[in-house]
Design a protein. Structure first.
Length: 341
């Protein structure tokens, strides 16, 4: 067999092999491998034949060169067509409007965060500014500036955590009051949503880690009516219903008088249910007019200005909003619980 015939049969065999391999080839990866096997720059089967061309005589080159090139072009065309076929089948499935949509897997905000944002929105509309608390603070801000000096028995009202170097993972968001009073001249309207920590035995209503929203309002001629109006407006906007309210005496060294703000139960509308202990009332927000000593320590003249403060439990609001019976579910990591919100 002459060189001419020998080469022609090699070229034919390459073309046949490529055609049959491409028939079975079902993805782009496999296609690249076949292409490399026949046209790869160093060891491709056809490439090796192409490399022979310079060693041929001029006459052989004239006859065989075009044949080799023809085969090369044929193969390139076959590969291109296959590539196009893969590309168009992918595009089709990507844009196919008849396919059912795939639900993307997203997380969502924790119910406490959702309700916190909602409460912040309402207070912002009422003209309050949002202030972030320090999660670790000192004795001066957590107690001293709140009219609770060293040795004051009221310190025992809170089961406080202490670090080894005498700092405090904040017991309450009231720790920010002094900084707020010092930071701007009255009128002051600020809320402090933040995480608090207490060394408490946990139960369905108490956690070691929970959230409060502190409120501080200072201006001239502020009276108890402003406090009651502010809290009622917030709660009616939050629960989207008209509420009855009442106050009862309480004690906190940083307000005078100390009060507890109660609303008619939002679950039973005041008729009495398990949530309100069948009293028809929910004890919701400890509050009161800011003690003159606290104003003084914050650089605010109590002769000229007065104000009020409150510290409401955010977890409690979330529990009421979603009828959650056990506060410990919030940080349980229980997905069946969390996926409901
Ligand atoms: C205080 O922390 C005061 N700083 C509130 C205050 C601010 C009064 C300004 C007056 C003026 P108390 O310890 O009662 O108060 O906590 C306030 C609210 O936080 C409670 O009504 C409750 O809703 C929530 N709370 C307290 N301890 C826990 C706990 N262990 N788990 C969940 N929520 C809690």
């Amino acid at each position: 067999m002459g060189l001419d015939q020998n080469l022609a049969s090699q070229l034919k065999s390459i073309e046949d092999k490529v055609a049959s391999e491409l028939k079975q080839c079902s993805d782009l990866d496999a296609l690249q491998k076949i292409k490399a096997y026949f046209l790869g720059r160093k060891k491709g089967k056809l490439t090796q034949l192409i490399k022979l061309i310079p060693s041929l005589s001029i006459n052989e080159r004239k006859i065989l060169g075009p044949k080799i090139n023809q085969t090369k072009n044929k193969l390139l065309t076959l590969f291109q067509e296959k590539e196009k076929a893969f590309a168009s089948s992918n595009v089709k499935s990507f844009f196919d409007p008849t396919l059912p949509g795939e639900k993307p897997i997203y997380g969502h905000l924790h119910p406490i965060t959702q309700v916190c944002y909602e409460a912040e929105d309402i207070f912002e509309k009422m003209g309050f500014e949002i202030v972030e608390p320090f999660e670790i603070d000192d004795d001066f801000h957590v107690f001293e500036t709140l009219n609770i000096p060293q040795g004051h028995p009221a310190r025992d009202m809170w089961d406080t955590f202490w670090t080894e170097d005498n700092f405090i993972p904040i017991t309450h968001t009231s720790a920010m009051q002094n900084r707020i009073l010092k930071s701007v001249k009255p009128p002051i309207r600020a809320i402090v949503p933040g995480r608090c920590f207490r060394h408490e035995a946990t139960d369905a209503r108490h956690e070691h880690t929970f959230y409060q929203i502190e409120g501080v309002y200072v201006d001239q001629n502020i009276s108890l009516a402003d406090l009651l109006g502010t809290l009622l407006s917030f709660l009616e906007a939050f629960f989207q219903q008209k509420l009855k309210y009442k106050i009862q005496p309480s004690y906190f060294p940083f307000v005078e008088p100390g009060l507890e703000f109660l609303i008619s139960c939002v679950i039973c509308k005041g008729r009495g249910c398990a949530t309100c202990g069948h009293s028809g009332w929910l004890e919701l927000i400890p509050c009161g007019p800011i003690h003159p000593n606290v104003l003084k320590m914050g650089g605010v003249n109590p002769e000229k200005y007065s104000g009020f403060a409150w510290g409401m439990g955010l977890d409690r609001l979330v529990m009421l909003r979603f009828a959650i019976e056990d506060i410990r579910l919030f940080h349980s990591g229980n997905l069946r619980f969390l996926e409901q919100f």
